[in-house]
Design a protein around this ligand. Sequence first.
Ligand code: ADP
Ligand code: MG
Length: 144
Amino acid sequence: MFEKILVPLDGSEHAEHALQKAIQLAKEFDGKLTLLHAYTPNLVSLPEEYAIPETTPRMVDIHQEKGAYILEEASKKVDSLGVPFDTLLAPGSPVETIVEASKKGKFDLIVLGARGLSPIKEVFLGSVSHGVATHAQCPVLVVK
Ligand SMILES: Nc1ncnc2c1ncn2[C@@H]1O[C@H](COP(=O)(O)OP(=O)(O)O)[C@@H](O)[C@H]1O
Ligand SMILES: [Mg+2]
């Protein structure tokens, strides 16, 4: 029933809980996880002393790098548990990127956190979880 599971990750504790649930579901349904991070492109040039001669000025996308790190850490966890997975690091607004990826990849389920990194804790749902739950065409599991 839930063989293709999309897991949007932002490095938050809630997303971590979502990943745990997604791992359990993948085991239960003999499924595969796709770990996804959407980032807002943010290209910065490194200070002179860090610049590599061939590529001066060395530009790095700090949000892309951070996203890659988040996916790498999650990958290690999933891999160590023997669950099949792949990763997707995509530029764009989180809601749009997650919803589009879920349609394009014909996912059976999206598992994401109820909240993320924003410091506001009064509301039950974050804007990404709310937007995804509203616009996705497949079932969405929002994990607290
Ligand atoms: N940039 C992102 N890329 C992928 N997933 C994200 C991203 N931002 C948030 N998410 C997912 O959405 C969940 C809810 O986060 P969000 O709605 O942004 O809450 P908050 O408003 O508290 O930051 C996170 O736990 C994570 O699963
Ligand atoms: Mg957020």
